[in-house]
Design a protein around this ligand. Structure first.
Ligand SMILES: Cc1ncc(C[n+]2csc(CCOP(=O)(O)OP(=O)(O)O)c2C)c(N)n1
Length: 379
């Protein structure tokens, strides 16, 4: 279900926008054990293939982390699979994507090879960021994934700038910029939405609302907990959609993307569960027993499995075969990553904009960094 925003300034009409291009064939609501048409079943199976790939990649990443194959921070998309599949189905190859640090699944479904992504997690030269970015900083210009950002909200001004560049060039691409619910309380969220709306930029802002910023609930941190309503402050059309249902997400995204291509930025809120802790090292002790049990009934992969089987065209065994193929692909990625070399430390600054800085705590503010620059500043 796509909910419409009750904006006090502008009424969002999903029907009107959708009428410009027919939305995907409507599929029965989730958890409903009705029969599907062959086309509907095929569409769901294709989502299932993508979602199991993300699921198996993330499970492998969790395991590899405990085996010390991955260093630094590592945040997983477990629970977000339907949201990712639905969102990325509507992006063209040449559309740009910016995400936060919880990004593996997005990189995978943007078309980047699982081998290069796993090698990045393992910090190896064949990684998508040559081994220097790690889990939070995947970047691939070819697939137009422009990061992967560890600073909460850091991606928003950059994504808005990319949308401005597209507008300036007069080309047809759009930018999609995802973020967590907690990010909507960062100043950059408001600055970016304001500029995007004011300058009519081709961008879709996506809030992945998993209900938690680390361990803090949305209701404890946001005065307006219906986050999509914040679009109204910028006269930006917006909607909230059920992130357990890939078809609903794709339909809502289609509307959002059409809007962005017509130079009307859009704010889409996707409601998802976060099946594990904030990062791989968080045991999520702040969750009540009831919440933990509840989560088991909100696994998008299991829900989709049951929905497809109830649809009557595909058996559980056939879906199991899809899952086995995903496991094999991720296993191959793991072996590839393990065999890839560690990058040479001399390449540390090769892919940075910043120049090397001496790690000298005795240097005072205003003092030159290097002898060569001392002359330039007249010291
Ligand atoms: C500017 C900044 N402040 C604080 C942090 C520490 N931090 C990392 S993740 C996070 C929570 C963000 O939550 P949310 O935006 O909901 O994203 P989610 O982790 O749920 O995907 C915080 C506070 C940070 N990385 N950057």
């Amino acid at each position: 279900m796509v909910e419409e925003t009750s904006s006090p300034t502008k009424k969002f009409s999903a029907k009107k926008l959708a009428a410009k291009k027919p939305a995907a064939e409507k599929v029965a609501p989730i958890n409903n054990s009705v029969k599907l048409s062959q086309n509907q079943s095929d569409e769901l199976v294709s989502f299932y293939e993508e979602m199991t790939l993300v699921r198996r990649f993330e499970e492998r990443a969790a395991r590899s982390y405990t085996q010390a194959l991955i260093g630094g921070y590592c945040h997983l998309n477990l629970g977000e699979e339907a949201a990712i599949a639905g969102l990325l189905k509507e992006l063209n190859y040449d559309d740009y994507l910016f995400t936060n640090y919880r990004e593996h699944g997005y990189a995978l479904l943007k078309g980047i090879d699982a081998k290069r992504l796993m090698a990045e997690l393992y910090g190896r030269v064949d990684g998508v960021s040559k081994g220097w970015g790690g889990s939070m900083h995947m970047f691939d210009l070819e697939h137009r994934l422009l990061g992967g950002y560890g600073i909460v909200g850091g991606q928003l001004p950059l994504a808005t700038g990319a949308a401005l560049a597209i507008d300036y060039r007069g080309s047809r691409e759009i930018v999609m910029c995802t973020m967590g619910d907690g990010t909507t309380n960062i100043g950059a969220f408001h600055e970016s939405l304001n500029i995007a709306a004011l300058w009519k930029l081709p961008i879709v802002f996506v809030i992945i609302n998993n209900g938690l910023g680390m361990g803090t609930t949305v209701s404890k941190s946001s005065a307006e907990p219906e986050l999509h309503l914040r679009g109204a402050s910028y006269r930006m059309e917006s909607a909230r959609v059920d992130g357990l249902d890939p078809v609903a997400v794709a339909m809502a995204t289609q509307i959002a993307v059409q809007s962005a291509r017509a130079k009307k930025p859009f704010l889409l809120e996707v409601m998802t569960p976060r099946l594990r802790g904030h990062s791989v090292v968080d045991p999520a002790k702040y969750r009540s027993e009831k919440e933990v049990i509840d989560l088991k009934n909100h696994d998008p992969v299991t829900l989709l499995h049951d929905r497809i089987v109830a649809g009557g065209f595909v058996t559980s065994e056939e879906l199991h075969q899809i899952d086995l193929r995903a496991i094999k692909k991720i296993d191959d990625a793991h072996h590839f990553a393990e065999e890839s070399a560690h990058p040479d430390v001399s390449t540390l600054f090769d892919y940075n904009y910043a120049t090397p800085v001496p790690n000298d705590s005795r240097r005072l503010p205003g003092q030159a960094l290097f002898p060569s620059t001392s002359k330039a500043v007249g010291n």
